[in-house]
Design a protein around this ligand. Structure first.
Ligand code: TNX
Length: 629
């Protein structure tokens, strides 16, 4: 009898039933009302769609396939008829609700998801996914592994396919919730781009900004200009770490680009998840790779090389008719591949020296009555803007496009602080907030001594989370121009897929919440509690996010301290905190810090080294505290 109970406890350990599993949605929804009881999925569980349209079916199927994999049950998708013990997905057009809104009612006998649009259905399904046990995510991993180009992780058992009864009424605070990826500095294969899109979609973000061209590599096939990828897609080598001066290269050729077929496939993959892709084709600067392929595009035609180091470089497109014909040819192909409204044209960090010293550029300035090179850049962008507008698209660019005057319908990405965003909104332009201070996910997220090499800066999770996208300087009217915010993953120092995910997550989850959740519902302590559950989901997905630092460690301790009482904590509910006092690196075999404990400081001083370690072996970065008398 006794051992029977013990056995039962043992079997359920680690997979708490729904009643005990707190609802942990990331981002937090607008409105959540817990109800009595729970919905239990069984072998008979079905997904019913109403109406039975292809767009809704794709979404339903994307939800059902991982569930089949995780449960081993048939889980069919069918046109709505009678359905108890089912999920009913209802598209119910109404003109008053925002497009991405949805309502989700999970009751003991049914789950009903209703939205006016396919967009809202997609977001609601992501929420439903987070109400299910984390084991669902292993189903996602196993059904996506091939598309993501990763090995399948082993299946996990789950006894309690239960969802707590809740009513959720939800809609995002902002219509733009973005994550960016620079594939110019380092190339990431199509399979990775899909995985990246899936993780952002899982957090109800809706935009993937794909930075496709750079000084160090042109990454998208353009059929009219094959040298862009043949020449511009490869660099001779890459600078080693930060050895710029004296320069040290790795003497290894580095190449990569996406074929148009691969791009189409990725665009379709994103569309099936109701994610928009914004392609970025940089101009007039950050264009050395294109100029290396076609030197006549520069004001000083000579031999150029695809750049092998990081920074800002002089070669820019010359504002000649030849250049505009080229760029329009490139954009024609880009527009055919990307159906979204926005096309990003860069516009940042374009040195003006070559324009200043070039006859063609100076002639254009004279002809157009432009007073300086900033106005010439503005003219350049304006011409491209007109080209895009005529084709029904909208131009978006970095905040430098404000300099010398902004074309009428342009949208600004404010990255050098918020001043650009404020100025643009005051002029009546739409803006996306992405200031370096809070959104540069290439910045350090811990002590540089124990973090992988990064570009610099310091941007911990809490700082990302604290950002308020609407600057106080804007009136209510002007604030309407703030479309949302975006995290940027520049990859100068991020050569691998694991590293890119490590930099993006969980900081991108904070961006998901600050763009989705109503301001008054934001709460960092509550966010980190929910994030603990999100980590369990990400573990199941095999996403190598950064396990946050152990909390509770002081930055420093006053000299003369003889004993230090500590109570350490990890955001991850399954993490064990391990420490050493003998100067060695903490491992899974080191003493465990559970609850409060006291460190005695000997005469000679002592170094406390701490980290948290997950059951799967993943570890947080080390934190080091020197204690001296
Ligand atoms: C500035 S943000 C850049 C990028 C770099 C980044 C590094 C922007 C528009 N330009 O080219 O990769 O800083 O943090």
């Amino acid at each position: 009898m006794r051992s029977g109970i013990a056995l039962a406890l043992l079997l359920t350990a680690g997979c708490a039933p729904a009643a005990m599993r707190p609802v942990s949605l990331v981002p937090a929804p607008r409105q959540l009302t817990p109800e009595k009881g729970s919905f239990t999925l069984t072998r008979q569980f079905q997904v019913l769609v109403q109406p039975d349209s292809p767009a809704i079916r794709v979404l339903a199927e994307t939800f059902a396939a991982p569930l089949r994999e995780a449960t081993g049950w048939p889980v069919s998708v069918q046109a709505a008829g009678s359905g108890r013990r089912a999920l009913l997905i209802r598209l119910a057009p109404d003109t008053t609700s925002p497009p991405e809104s949805y309502s989700l009612a999970a009751a003991p006998d049914s789950i009903v998801l209703t939205s006016p649009t396919a967009l809202g259905i997609a977001r609601g399904l992501q929420t439903l996914r987070q109400l299910l046990p984390p084991a669902y995510e292993r189903g996602v991993q196993r059904t996506s592994a091939e598309a993501w180009g990763v090995p399948q992780l082993p299946p996990v058992a789950e006894q309690h396919w239960t969802i707590p009864a809740v009513r959720i009424a939800d809609a995002p605070r902002f219509g733009y919730r973005g994550l960016h990826l620079d594939v110019g500095r380092h190339f990431f294969p199509p399979s990775f781009v899909k995985q990246y899109i899936d993780v952002l979609a899982a957090h109800r973000m809706n935009t993937f900004h794909w930075h496709l061209t750079e000084d160090q590599g042109w990454r998208i096939e353009i059929k009219q200009y094959p040298l862009l990828t043949q020449v511009g897609g490869c660099r001779r080598e890459t600078v080693v770490a930060k050895h710029f001066d004296p320069y040290v290269g790795d003497n290894t050729r580095y190449c990569g680009f996406y074929t148009q077929d691969e791009v189409k496939d990725i665009v379709a993959y994103a569309a099936a998840r109701q994610i928009t892709i914004i392609p970025e084709i940089e101009m007039p600067g950050h264009s050395s790779a294109a100029i290396a392929a076609y030197p006549e595009l520069s004001c000083e035609p000579k031999r150029y090389e695809v750049v092998t180091r990081w920074g800002v470089f002089e070669p820019v497109y010359c504002p000649s008719e030849e250049t505009f014909a080229f760029l329009q040819g490139v954009l024609d192909e880009v527009l055919n591949l990307f159906p979204g409204r926005y096309i990003h044209i860069g516009g940042d960090e374009a040195p003006k020296r070559m324009w200043h010293q070039n006859a063609v550029a100076q002639q254009v300035m004279k002809r157009e009555g432009l007073r300086n090179e900033e106005e010439l850049q503005s003219y350049f962008i304006r011409r491209i803007e007109r080209f895009l507008s005529q084709r029904g698209r909208r131009l978006i660019g970095w905040d430098e496009i404000l300099e010398g005057g902004l074309p009428p319908a342009a949208t600004v990405m404010s990255w050098r602080g918020t001043a650009g965003g404020i100025a643009a909104a005051k002029q009546g332009h739409d803006v996306v907030m992405t200031p370096t201070s809070n959104f540069y996910l290439d910045y350090y997220q811990g002590d540089p001594a124990t973090e992988p090499l990064a570009i610099g800066g310091f941007l911990p999770l809490a700082k990302v989370y604290s950002y308020e996208p609407i600057p106080a300087e804007l009136t209510t009217e002007e604030a309407r121009h703030v479309l949302g915010a975006q995290g940027n993953v520049w990859t100068e120092y991020i050569p691998t897929r694991e590293h890119a995910l490590y930099m993006a997550w969980p900081r991108a989850a904070a961006i998901a919440e600050l763009t989705w959740t109503p301001k008054e519902r934001k709460d960092y302590a509550d966010f980190t509690r929910r994030l603990g559950e999100d980590f369990r989901r990400l573990d199941m997905l095999g996403i190598p996010y950064r396990l946050p630092d152990v909390e509770g460690l002081p930055d420093s301790v006053p000299p003369g301290t003889t004993r230090l009482r500590l109570e350490l904590h990890s955001m991850h509910p399954d993490a064990a905190i391990r420490y050493t006092l003998n100067g060695t690196e903490p491992t899974a075999a080191s003493p465990r810090a559970k609850g409060a404990f006291t460190v005695m400081v000997p005469e000679a001083g002592v170094t406390l080294r701490v980290r948290s370690i997950l059951p799967n072996g993943r570890m947080s970065s080390e934190q080091v505290l020197k204690l001296g008398r």
